[in-house]
Design a protein around this ligand. Structure first.
Ligand code: DON
Length: 309
């Protein structure tokens, strides 16, 4: 078993922490700018219920783009693969996550994959429910179940701050509404998406969700199949091809673990059939990934031979 004590994990974390000074906290969502760039925490969740952690693991972060993987799982369970992929594609973009450019030049005009903002908006649009509130509650319940933590909720400050500044996301929605990908009221829908991004948890919760993906959608202790195997497989594939933005190729070579990062500095990793990892480090590198978080994963992968390739 890799990394047998929290002390061992702490040593890796302390080495990685030296890199936080080379990163920057995200500033395009005002509420995220308040984060401390030196903050770093990591947790590993094993299938036997054991958990290792280092750093301030009580610290909560908003899920931001990590929520894209979870919304994708729910939309696939709600609507099935054929319907979901009639609205969003399978291919990496090589562009920044909020880029609008490929939406216009690809024919038909649908977002290239579910991990960029355009694709994630299209996916969240497909979550079933009678109202925005019901769709949000269904997603929140699903996430609570994945983490085995009924106390998970969302941060109102982050949701409000993002709602005020989500002009690019609104533009992406209006473009997609014109092209028949989205067919609901955009303003109301932006409330749903910004609340989804503001769902918050600590790195222990994140590691537990990673564990479920690592075990093909089943909670290893209870054996409950929370996500169908085929859906978990699709989500993990996107984590490999597009989970670390336009650094996913380099990450696959250097780390080789299905992972999804987000602008608040979180990374969720799923080491197939072994364990889940949750990391939080707010200082980001120039591609938008937690700079020290990526270092932790590089070190763990090298030291314990975790690459799936
Ligand atoms: O929509 C946004 O811009 C943010 N709520 C999420 C951005 C993020 O984490 C990066 N995305 N891939």
């Amino acid at each position: 078993m890799p990394c047998t004590s929290s002390e061992e994990l702490k040593q890796i974390m302390m080495k990685a922490k030296e890199y936080t000074k080379f990163g920057k906290v995200a500033d395009y969502i005002p509420a995220l700018h308040k984060a401390d760039p030196d903050e770093l925490s990591v947790a590993i969740s094993y299938p036997d219920g054991n958990c290792l952690s280092a750093g301030d693991v009580k610290m909560k972060i908003s899920l931001q783009s990590i929520s894209k993987v979870l919304a994708l799982a729910l939309a696939l369970m709600d609507q099935g693969e054929d319907h979901v992929f009639s609205k969003v594609g399978y291919e990496p973009t090589g562009d920044p996550f909020n880029s609008i450019v490929k939406l216009e030049i690809s024919k038909p005009s649908k977002p290239l994959n579910p991990m960029i903002n355009a694709g994630a908006l299209a996916v969240t649009h497909m979550i079933k429910g009678e109202s925005v509130q019901e769709r949000f509650n269904r997603l929140l319940d699903f996430i609570r179940k994945l983490a085995g933590n009924p106390a998970i909720s969302y941060c109102e400050d982050v949701a409000a701050s993002e709602h005020e500044t989500a002009h690019l996301n609104r533009a992406l929605c209006y473009f997609m509404k014109q092209h028949g990908i989205i067919n609901e009221d955009v303003e109301r829908f932006i409330y749903l998406y910004t609340k989804q991004c503001a769902i918050e948890m600590n790195c222990l919760d994140l590691a537990r969700i990673g564990l479920v993906f690592a075990f093909d959608g089943a909670e290893p202790l209870t054996k409950e199949q929370i996500i169908p195997v085929s859906v978990a497989r699709i989500c993990k594939t996107f984590m490999v091809t597009c989970g670390m933005y336009n650094a996913s190729g380099e990450f696959a070579v250097r780390v080789g673990i299905p992972a999804k990062s987000c602008v608040s500095g979180g990374i969720m990793g799923a080491v197939p059939n072994r364990f889940g990892i949750g990391i939080f480090g707010a200082a980001l590198d120039n591609k938008g990934n937690s700079i020290a978080g990526v270092k932790i994963l590089e070190m763990l992968s090298k030291q314990y031979d975790l690459s799936m390739f």
